[in-house]
Design a protein around this ligand. Structure first.
Ligand code: PLP
Length: 397
């Protein structure tokens, strides 16, 4: 008889030859318990998904209640379904400017894909711009704008007409012109190893897009929903995008994504041709109910307001000669080590000591810290102690 690990390796498609192979049993709050009863601090939220913690009661109640009323009824956009309406209204109320019209999809990549189509359709232009070391998802369309050749080259031909610019580089903004349909950018680059840009940069980017009628598509799939200390990270930079993409923590642990724009821009998906973007499961009622419950939980418990203080606690505790730098904002942090080897050994040691972290797709010498936002001060202390102890252990190996 094969055990679950062996069956996993045999029957579940693998994306690496060295999966973590931890077999998990239960998750609650910030902790995940494996089948042997060993507990782990979840420092990545799988990834940046479980902002309200695992097993959040309000989210579970909303899921149960909605599932008992109805689950899937009809493809997106035909029936009036209260969970979708309520969630879209709540998001619109929280968002500034004309970001009032929500198209729900199933994932981050789908949100970006829909946003790219919308920008091309609305502007009538074909050229796109994205950033080096940007990650926006893995689908064939979104791969075309990914900021790393390593992950793209095996899958060519991709959609032509994308130019890569350097994130935060003012000079590169000169590439925005009257042929540009859109610039796609993360407010804070996640997989690059948590890189920020200045408010002046985003102001200049916004101006360049305005000057040439290009759409500014903002990817807050990883950094949105409170992770950086404001509900949306762009609120800290004083600009408003034309299209905002959300996913990951948007569903409180359930799969959902969204691209959000003005009603007039969004209308271009409804004619010539009509049904310009369709999805069977996008905005699934149970996912919308879960997402609204998670959002209400963040607001009612003032969770986002605690994030900046928690960041400071991590920064105060994590002082060690081997940590070269702590980058990021709020609870989206990167601990920089000197090499991949050091980083990997520390991460492996953390897992042995009961704390789960990982590195970044385009930055393998930094360790990710993105715990559920509900993490308590005591849990931060304990988690930091495990990280410091693990660093010491690998130094003395
Ligand atoms: N955008 C960003 C910034 C991401 O971090 C990710 C996933 O890691 C995506 C888009 C893609 O989301 P998904 O995996 O749901 O397709």
């Amino acid at each position: 008889m094969l055990n679950n690990r062996q069956l996993f390796l045999q029957h579940n498609a693998q994306t690496t030859f060295f999966p973590l192979l931890l077999e998990m049993q239960k998750a609650e709050g910030v902790m995940i318990t494996d089948v042997n009863g060993k507990k782990y601090f979840d420092m990545i939220s799988g990834i940046a998904v479980s902002n309200v913690g695992h097993g959040n009661k309000q989210v579970l109640d909303a899921i149960t209640e909605q599932a008992q009323s109805y689950m899937h009824l009809m493809v997106y956009g035909e029936f009036v379904q209260a969970p979708q309406v309520n969630f879209a209204k709540k998001l619109s109320d929280l968002l500034p400017g004309n970001l009032q019209c929500v198209y729900f999809v199933n994932s981050g990549a789908e949100a970006i894909d829909g946003a790219l189509k919308l920008a091309k359709r609305y502007t009538g232009r074909a050229e796109t711009i994205s950033c080096k070391n940007a990650y926006h998802g893995s689908s064939q369309g979104v791969l075309s704008i990914m900021g790393s050749e390593t992950y793209k080259s095996a899958y060519r031909p991709l959609i032509p007409g994308n130019r890569l610019i350097e994130f935060g580089n003012f000079d590169d903004l000169k590439h925005i012109n009257h042929r540009t349909a859109c610039v796609v950018i993360e407010t804070i680059q996640g997989e690059a190893g948590v890189r920020t840009a200045s408010a002046e940069y985003f102001k200049a980017l916004r101006e360049a897009c305005n000057n040439y009628g290009a759409m500014l598509i903002l990817d807050e799939i990883q950094c949105g929903m409170g992770r950086t200390g404001s509900m949306f990270a762009f609120e800290q930079y004083q600009f408003v995008p034309d299209i905002l993409c959300l996913s990951k923590s948007l569903g409180g642990g359930m799969p959902i994504g969204a691209f959000i724009s003005s009603t007039s821009i969004m209308q271009s998906l409804a004619h010539e041709p009509m049904l310009g973007h369709i999805t069977t499961f996008g905005g699934h009622p149970v996912c919308c109910a879960a997402g609204l419950a998670a959002l209400n939980y963040l607001i009612d418990n003032k969770v986002v307001e605690t994030v900046a203080k928690k960041e400071q606690l991590f920064r105060k505790k994590l002082i060690h000669s081997h940590i070269k730098e702590i980058r990021g904002r709020g609870l989206m942090l990167a601990l920089q080590f000197d090499s991949f080897d050091t980083n990997k050994r520390i991460i492996d040691c953390c897992i042995k000591n009961g704390l789960i972290s990982d590195w970044f797709l385009f930055c393998d010498n930094a360790m990710r810290l993105a715990p559920p936002l509900i993490i308590s001060d005591d849990e931060i202390e304990e988690a930091c102690n495990i990280i410091l102890k693990s660093i010491d252990e690998i130094i003395h190996q």
